[in-house]
Design a binder for this molecule. Structure first.
Ligand code: F0G
Length: 457
C-alpha cells in the first residue's frame, strides 16, 4: 500500500513546552515589540518560523556525541572526526572550522575581496553580500530570469544565468574575486540549482581561470531536488549527488546551522593548499586555532554526525515533502506563493496578498504582524523593510519583491503544528482586505530590519 501521509521519521524523546497565549496577549506583545518580530521574546512565540538556522532538533546520536566531545585546544579527536567527514563529503583536502557561516565568509571573501574586486552569484545571501561589500568589493546577483516571477513553475529556479556569467566574466576580467553558487538559493526563494547548471558554471569558471565557491549550507536539500527532477540523476544517492556538486567547485563555505542540524558551527574547505594556508592565518587571528576555529569540541562532534544523518533518504523525503505539505495547503487556499515550493521554507508574495498596501507601507511586515496576532506564528519579511532604500527626496525605493518567509526548523514541528499554521492562514485570507500597512518610526543606518520600530497605520 502506498501511504499518502508523510510521517515524521523519528520519535520524540525530549520535549520543550510551547507557551500558549491569547490573541489579546499577542496584540500586547506585538505592540511592546514595536511590530518587529526580531524584538519579540521567543517565550511568547507559539510556532517559530523565523529561521531554519541553528534551530534544528539534534538526534539522540548527536546528543551522545556532545558528551563525547574532546575539548583539547589542539588536535582534538572531535575535530579529526569533523575534518574527516567534511573531506569525505566535499572531496576537498583542506578544511577549516568556523563558528558559523559568516565567519567563514569574512575570512574567505575578505581575503579574496578588496576594493575593485567583483563577486558573482546566483544570489548572494545577505551576510555573504555584506562581507564582500565590507571588503570594498562588489557583489552581483545573476539568478535566471524565471526566478523573478513568483508564480512561474520551473524545476530549478535557483540556477545561475550562465549567458550573463560569460558576459560579466569578460567585462570584469582580471578583477574577479570568485563566483559563488548558493545551493539551495535561499534569498531567491529556497530554490534548487541543477547539476547541469553547476556543471556549466564550473566549466565557464575554469575557462576564465576564476575560482568557484559553493555556499553549501543546504546542499542535502538541493540533492533531493536534483535526484527527483533531473534526468540521469535518479540512480545516485543524495550524498553522491552532493559529492558530484562539490567536485565541480574549488572551495566551499558552509553554515553547519542548516543541513548539519547543529545549533552553531560551520566550515571552509579548499582544494588549494596556498589559499587554505592564507585563510588559516586569518582564522587563528580572530576565530581560534585551526583545530577548533571558535567551536567547542562538542559542537564539532555534533556537526560530524549531523553531516551524515542529513543524507538519510527517509529524512530528506520527509523534509522536502513536509515543507511542500504546508506550501500545498496554502496554495489550495489561494495564498499567493513563490512557486514551486523550495526546500527549507515557504515564501508568501505579500504584494499579491495585500494589493491595497503600497510597498512604502510594507505589506510583508503587515502579514508578519497578522500571523503573530492570529496564531503566535513568527515569520520574517524579505522585502522593502529588509532591502528598501531611500531616494534623495526621501521616498522609498522598494525592494524587487515583497516576500514573507516561513522557514521551517528541521525535525522540530509535527504535522499538527503545520496544520495549525495553515488554519491561521484561513483567518489571514478572511481579513485580507481590512489589513493596514505600517510606517517606520525609528531605524538604524544598516540592517534596519533587525531593530526598526514600526507603528500601524
Ligand atoms: N549562506 C546562506 C545561503 C545562508 O542562508 C546563511 C544564513 C548564511 C550563508 C550565513 O550563515 O548564519 O551561519 O552565519 N542564513 C540564515 C537564514 C541566517 O535565516 O536564512 P550563518
Amino acid at each position: 500500500m502506498q501511504f499518502k501521509t508523510i510521517i515524521e521519521p523519528f520519535r520524540i524523546k525530549s520535549v520543550e513546552p510551547i507557551g500558549l497565549s491569547t490573541e489579546e496577549e499577542r496584540v500586547h506583545y506585538l505592540k511592546e515589540a514595536h511590530y518587529n518580530p526580531f524584538l519579540l521574546r521567543s517565550k511568547d512565540v507559539i510556532i517559530d518560523f523565523m529561521t531554519d538556522s541553528g534551530t534544528s532538533a539534534m538526534s539522540a546520536h548527536q546528543w551522545a556525541g556532545i558528551m563525547e566531545g574532546d575539548e583539547a585546544y589542539a588536535g582534538s579527536r572531535s575535530w579529526l572526526r569533523m575534518e574527516n567527514e567534511v573531506q569525505d563529503l566535499t572531496g576537498m583536502q583542506h578544511v577549516l572550522p568556523t563558528h558559523q557561516g559568516r565567519a567563514g565568509e569574512r575570512i574567505v571573501y575578505g581575503h579574496l575581496g578588496g576594493p575593485g574586486k567583483v563577486f558573482i552569484s546566483n544570489t548572494h545571501f545577505d551576510t555573504t553580500r555584506a562581507n564582500i561589500e565590507f571588503s570594498g568589493a562588489t557583489a552581483i546577483d545573476i539568478p535566471i530570469k524565471e526566478n523573478e516571477d513568483t508564480a512561474l513553475l520551473h524545476p530549478f529556479k535557483g540556477n545561475m544565468d550562465t549567458a550573463e556569467l560569460e558576459r560579466l566574466l569578460k567585462e570584469h576580467e582580471g578583477r574577479m574575486g570568485a563566483v559563488i553558487l548558493t545551493v539551495t538559493n535561499n534569498s531567491g526563494g529556497g530554490q534548487p540549482v541543477s547539476m547541469a547548471n553547476a556543471k556549466e558554471v564550473s566549466a565557464i569558471c575554469k575557462r576564465h581561470g576564476v575560482l568557484l565557491m559553493l555556499d553549501c549550507c543546504r546542499v542535502a536539500e538541493n540533492s533531493w531536488f536534483v535526484k527527483h527532477r533531473e534526468e540521469g540523476m535518479e540512480k545516485l544517492s543524495y550524498r553522491e549527488i552532493a559529492q558530484r556538486m562539490f567536485a565541480l567547485a574549488d572551495g566551499a563555505v558552509m553554515s553547519a546551522k542548516k543541513d548539519a542540524f547543529a545549533n552553531i558551527g560551520g566550515f571552509i574547505a579548499f582544494r588549494d593548499g596556498a589559499l587554505a594556508e592564507a585563510c588559516t592565518n586569518l582564522l587563528i587571528i580572530t576565530e581560534g586555532f585551526s583545530t577548533y576555529g571558535g567551536l567547542a569540541g562538542r559542537d564539532m562532534e555534533a556537526i560530524a554526525i549531523g553531516l551524515e544523518e542529513v543524507f538519510d533518504p527517509h529524512y530528506l523525503e520527509y523534509r522536502i515533502k513536509s515543507t511542500a505539505f504546508l506550501g500545498d495547503a496554502l496554495n489550495k487556499m489561494g495564498v499567493p506563493l513563490m512557486l514551486p515550493i523550495g526546500g527549507h521554507a515557504v515564501y508568501i508574495d505579500a504584494k499579491k496578498l495585500y494589493p491595497h498596501i503600497p510597498p512604502a507601507q510594507y505589506p510583508g511586515q503587515a502579514l508578519v504582524c497578522e500571523l503573530f496576532r492570529i496564531g503566535g506564528i513568527r515569520s520574517v519579511e524579505i522585502g522593502s523593510v529588509m532591502f528598501g532604500t531611500y531616494a534623495e527626496d526621501g521616498s522609498l525605493k522598494p525592494a524587487r519583491m515583497e516576500l514573507v518567509r516561513l522557514a521551517i526548523p528541521r525535525r522540530v514541528y509535527t504535522q499538527s503544528h503545520i496544520e495549525y499554521v495553515a488554519e491561521a492562514f484561513g483567518e489571514v485570507m478572511r481579513h485580507r482586505e481590512q489589513v493596514k500597512g505600517l510606517r517606520i518610526m525609528k531605524e538604524p543606518k544598516f540592517l534596519r530590519h533587525f531593530t526598526a520600530h514600526f507603528e500601524t497605520l
